[in-house]
Write a protein that binds this ligand. Structure first.
Ligand SMILES: [Zn+2]
Length: 124
């Protein structure tokens, strides 16, 4: 799923930090097969809606945090960005998950050569 969100041909192409945050808020594992390529089968619609809603929220928060336009958002590719100080998972390896009632800690894996941070309990 993560590679699909980073892929410029799938959506506009989202920065690494944002993709990690969107998947966390969607409760979807970064290791899951992309739901965007599975079509309208097998109850996928609800999960797509969660990704869409989380993407919207993250964009709005990133802009509120100091980005002035959608292009600022899209162009953030590296580890720097206004949004960086308000992440739930990104850059928080081994730290406790911030979800209420979750006692897991954030894990880091490498996908497509880039770090992915996620909660193994909240994202399935
Ligand atoms: Zn969690």
């Amino acid at each position: 799923m993560k590679a699909a969100l980073l892929d410029q041909s799938t959506v506009a192409g989202l920065g690494n930090i944002y993709v990690c945050e969107i998947l966390f808020r969607s409760g979807i594992s970064p290791k899951e097969e992309s739901i965007l390529s599975r079509g309208k089968k097998s109850g996928v619609t609800k999960r797509v809606e969660r990704v869409t809603a989380a993407t919207h929220d993250v964009i709005v928060e990133a802009i509120d945090a100091g980005g002035s336009s959608i292009s600022d958002f899209v162009n953030v590719e590296g580890d720097l960005g206004y949004f960086q100080n308000s992440t739930f998972v990104y850059g928080r390896e081994s730290e406790p998950c911030l979800s209420e009632g979750c006692d897991a800690s954030i894990q880091r894996i490498v996908q497509s050569g880039r770090s992915t941070f996620y909660c193994p309990n909240c994202q399935r």
